[in-house]
Write a protein that binds this ligand. Structure first.
Ligand SMILES: [Zn+2]
Length: 199
């Protein structure tokens, strides 16, 4: 740094915006990063973390590569999560593996209209619905929401017995942390009150 052309050290991230096919992309440069590039989705945007030293050409190349990689990963996930039949099979397997096969849902479906809930359950007719927003999330998070709703078939309220059932799923805590992070970062806020929401 010399003379009047000195610029502040790039300690904090600089942000620039770009739009690529597949939505908004936010590029954050970090002086702490040397070589690693990371990308993830956040509130409907794609965030790409790159080293501060990258040239504009490197930035373009890496952003395109990371966006393509995310899309491939999400596509693979959509295929493995499948439709309602696959979701039902998954719920049955989770019930058998973690809840002694006691919860037997009558139907398990994906729904588009649950913007404030990840999942819901109606114990009276043993139906479970999962928000299609979960399709973009890791499978262990989808499984957690299924286990949560399955546990409601045994215990409708969020009492101690309910949580002890949910805790049988080994990654329950981690999945709850993941969903809390998503809720904090999204305009949807936390889930609404109600006996079948996921909290
Ligand atoms: Zn619940």
């Amino acid at each position: 740094m010399r003379g009047s052309r000195a610029v502040p050290a790039d300690r904090s991230a600089r942000t620039s915006g770009a739009t690529l096919p597949g939505g908004d992309v936010e590029v954050r440069r970090s002086s702490r990063r040397r070589r690693t590039v990371t990308a993830y989705r956040e509130s409907g945007r794609t965030v790409v973390l790159i080293p501060a030293a990258f040239s504009p050409a490197e930035e373009r190349r890496w952003v395109a590569q990371m966006v393509a990689k995310l899309q491939t990963r999400e596509e693979r996930r959509r295929r493995s999560l499948g439709g309602d039949d696959e979701l039902m099979a998954r719920a049955r397997a989770l019930s058998a593996a973690h809840l002694d096969g006691v919860p037997q849902p009558a139907s398990v479906r994906w729904v588009d209209n649950q913007n404030r809930r990840w999942g819901s359950c109606t114990p009276a007719d043993r139906t479970i619905r999962l928000s299609t927003r979960l399709r973009a999330m890791p499978e262990y998070v989808v499984d957690y929401v299924l286990v949560h709703e399955l546990a409601h078939l045994v215990e409708p309220s969020h009492d101690a017995r309910f949580w002890s059932l949910v805790a049988r799923y080994p990654r329950a805590e981690r999945a709850r942390g993941f969903l809390e992070g998503v809720e904090l970062g999204s305009a949807h806020g936390t889930s609404s009150a109600g006996d079948d929401d996921l909290d």
